[in-house]
Ligand binder design. Structure first.
Ligand SMILES: [Zn+2]
Length: 307
């Protein structure tokens, strides 16, 4: 299922506002300032899109408290950027957004990062659970020769590392780690893994000794890459995680070219999100874009004004 780019929500501001209002407040308008459900749309052309809360007397719009807040870019362009990012299999560069949306490169860059914030997993969520197998592995980002920032670079010490937890045929969660500290890997696993999972890893020391007995299987990559488990258990390997790493690396090299270390977590949000909303898991371009709009609310705002 694809989405028609001539849809008025991508070209008409009133249609875009109505679309986001319906998506955000499908159970009725909730004041983002105090949580009250006693807010009413204000009349008058100068207050188009403005709501007044009967409890806190605050005024707000559908953008308030979302990643679209405090931006001069029309909402229909935000929705188009969201749709483009949701439907591009390999991601879309800020240069391409800049050309397609008719906005400055700098604005496109900020928009893309805010949309990546909306792709972030819900706080406190985990992968695994129900006894599922979750593969864990860590990697570092390959060098980018064009990049002025030394992500990858030719000095390995500057490389940025991240760890991914990958359910077989399921979801993925990645986290940037400090490559010099093994505890970082353990912390990332503890924070992101449902304890009712079976962890599959390589033979690295930092995966040993912190999962409950019977909840961890490892394969020593110096000897072999997969081993068949006894009985009817699934074989032990990290091939799914390895496959995911090549998707991320190809995407970063092929689409984004320059990824500064400071922004790597947001790019990982994007790759994880795309994986977690892939067609095989029942999503299409429309439901994927809708999931981003749902995530646009309540993400922490860490950017200066856009546009
Ligand atoms: Zn209120």
């Amino acid at each position: 299922m694809t989405c028609d780019l001539t849809n008025p929500i991508f070209t008409n501001e009133a249609a875009a506002v109505a679309h986001l209002e319906a998506s955000r407040w499908n159970q009725g308008v909730i004041c983002p300032l105090c949580g009250s459900d006693k807010a009413k749309k204000m009349g008058g052309a100068t207050q188009a899109g403005m709501f007044l809360c009967a409890d806190c007397r605050g005024k707000f719009t559908v953008r308030t408290g979302t990643v679209f807040e405090r931006s001069h870019i029309p909402l229909h362009k935000w929705l188009l950027a969201t749709h483009l990012m949701a439907s591009s299999k390999k991601g879309i560069s800020a240069h391409q957004l800049h050309r397609m949306l008719g906005i400055t490169y700098k604005s496109a860059w900020f928009m893309a990062h805010r949309i990546r914030e909306a792709m972030a997993p819900a706080a406190g969520g985990t992968v695994g659970g129900g006894g599922r197998i979750v593969e864990v592995d860590e990697t570092e980002i390959a060098p980018s020769r064009k990049s002025k920032t030394p992500l990858g670079g030719r000095k390995r010490a500057n490389n940025k590392k991240f760890v991914s937890l990958v359910e077989r045929d399921g979801k993925v969660r990645s986290a940037v780690i400090d490559g010099r500290n093994m505890n970082d890997v353990r912390t990332a696993v503890r924070m992101n893994l449902d304890p009712d999972s079976v962890l599959h890893s390589d033979g690295a020391q930092f995966y040993k000794g912190f999962m409950p007995i019977g909840k961890h299987e490892s394969v020593d990559h110096d000897k072999m890459f997969a081993k068949r488990a006894s009985g009817n258990k699934a074989s032990i390997h990290c091939n799914t995680a390895e496959g995911y790493f090549s998707i991320v690396k190809r995407g970063i090299v092929g689409t984004f070219h320059h990824v500064s270390p400071a922004h790597l977590p947001r790019y990982l949000n994007e790759f994880d999100f795309r994986m977690n909303t892939r067609t095989k898991l029942g999503f299409n371009d429309i439901t994927r874009a809708a999931a981003i709009l749902k995530g646009a609310e309540g993400q922490r705002l860490t950017y200066r004004q856009v546009g």
